[in-house]
Design a protein around this ligand. Structure first.
Ligand code: SF4
Length: 478
């Protein structure tokens, strides 16, 4: 790394503009889309052959696939995505839980109910003890991996760090949250570096929302987030600060998805080339309509369910080892399709609000995006198992760095076997400690089925650990 890349000095506006131009060169995405339009079946077949090798795709190949309309060609693309996804992730779906310590924000994003102009919202921020109570309630339902969601409330980096430490330091019996992801505004390197002192820090998510500059400007009329270049360069500052687990995101429905999918995967490739590792996660939230956020009701770029599944498929082919995170509600049948060919992590519920998981929760501060509800975790575990997937709760059992990579990432050979075994162990422990008889029944069936798929040696070690867990010895791993 160069001195520039290890420095914690504030970035100048010129530096921000320079990096932004490298991340998303003006007109480059439009040119990629123009040259990728109308690819024939032979060209698509060649791209899919390459994708099946698990090496990902170049942006020009993404531009070909994402513009395919022909139903038969789309079916072929989705078949290949199923193959790549199964190879990389098996049937495991990681689970994370959004926690929102504050609903204060100085930005005015037109699609978001928390935007500054929404004067109908009662604003509040959790204290350390408020958050500890929420985390305790979550631990008692078996949640282990949290995603702290902040807007831009200007409380400062110390508030963010205090909330992360409160989240990761709270205990309920032997249980403790061991991984805390962050979804937060763009910052300078020195501020970001403060977060590296939190041992449980997982992924730093910052969503660009749209890579189309004119649309971005229209949707972000005011506040620090209105600076497109500042936002798009934030993952570079994050790497510079020593945080290498970064997540990208696009808000589906904000602009033409074909443009934004090519752009986000182009961004992923830029980060991989520059920092030697792909982004840990890509998230595709969709616009959720609410009367207090005018842009949320726009329908011009609305993404249909079948297109959403197709987007997940193309993303899986392009980025085989990057987690695809589902964080907005979709119909159950659509979820099954998404889990089968691309999505590898799901959020329990959707956006939350301060106090959502305790009696402190106040509907007046929820902002119309509240999905958090009692027993949401068990319902999700039940539904995943019922659909034949393996809820992956075992990110509790690794060192922080290893944990982050493994929780989000696809694995190779024996590591993959260990990962599969550990996810079954933690699912078994979950059913012993938290599940109702119905959930236990469907989860036990999944455990039996998946155990049979493990190599004999790994299976017998896993069974031994399960016997020990039944006897009270918990949190062991292979
Ligand atoms: S999207 Fe984020 S930054 Fe924008 S108004 Fe909502 S909370 Fe604030």
């Amino acid at each position: 790394m160069t001195d520039q890349e290890t420095s914690l000095d504030d970035w100048s506006p010129e530096q921000v503009e320079q990096v932004a131009a490298e991340v998303c060169p003006p007109d480059a995405i439009t040119e990629l889309l123009a040259s990728g339009r109308g690819a024939d079946r032979d060209a698509i077949g060649e791209i899919l052959l390459k994708a099946r090798d698990m090496d990902g795709l170049a942006p020009e190949q993404v531009a070909c696939l994402i513009q395919v309309d022909d139903p038969d060609a789309r079916a072929e693309i989705m078949d290949s995505a199923r193959h790549v996804h199964e190879t990389a992730y098996g049937r495991r779906i990681a689970i994370s839980t959004p926690v929102c310590p504050t609903n204060r924000c100085i930005n005015d994003c037109l699609y978001c109910p928390l935007r500054r102009s929404n004067t109908r919202l009662r604003r509040t921020s959790s204290t350390v003890s408020d958050l500890q109570r929420e985390v305790t309630a979550l631990l008692r339902e078996g949640h282990r991996q949290l995603n702290l969601v902040f807007g831009d409330d200007r409380s400062g980096i110390h508030y963010v760090r205090d909330m992360m430490l409160a989240a990761s330091g709270t205990r309920s019996g032997i249980e403790q949250v061991v991984r805390v992801d962050l979804n937060i505004n763009a910052m300078q390197p020195a501020q970001l570096h403060e977060l590296t002192t939190v041992a449980a820090l997982g992924t730093y998510h910052a969503f660009q929302e749209t890579y189309h500059p004119e649309t971005y400007a229209r949707l972000h009329p005011d506040g620090p987030k209105s600076n497109f270049a500042w936002r798009i360069s934030c993952h570079d500052r994050t790497h510079q600060a020593g945080i290498h687990d970064v997540g990208l995101g696009v808000l589906l429905g904000a602009y033409d998805y074909r443009y934004d999918v090519v752009a986000i995967l182009n961004h992923a490739q830029y980060l991989t080339a520059r920092y030697g590792e792909p982004p840990t996660a890509i998230t595709y939230p969709r616009l959720v309509s609410t009367s207090v956020a005018p842009a949320s009701q726009e329908t011009r770029w609305q993404v249909r369910d079948d297109d959403f599944v197709f987007i997940a498929a193309v993303t899986r082919l392009a980025a085989p080892r990057t987690a695809i995170v589902l964080c907005t509600p979709v119909m159950r049948e659509v979820r099954r399709d998404l889990y089968g060919l691309g999505v590898s992590e799901v959020s329990v519920g959707s956006l939350s609000y301060p106090g959502a998981y305790t009696a402190d929760g106040d509907p007046e501060v929820a902002g119309a995006l509240t999905i958090a509800r009692p027993r949401a975790m068990e319902m999700l575990v039940y539904r995943l198992c019922e659909a034949g997937f393996v809820p992956d709760l075992c990110s509790t059992q690794r060192s922080p760095r290893d944990r982050v990579v493994q929780a989000h990432g696809a694995l190779e050979s024996t590591t993959a076997e260990r990962r599969a075994a550990n996810s079954l162990l933690s699912l078994r422990e979950y059913t012993m400690d938290y599940a109702s008889p119905d959930t236990k029944r469907v989860a036990d069936a999944v455990v039996q089925r998946e155990l049979a798929r493990l190599p004999r040696r790994v299976r017998s070690q896993t069974l031994q650990l399960m016997v020990q867990a039944e006897a009270g010895l918990r949190r062991q791993t292979l």
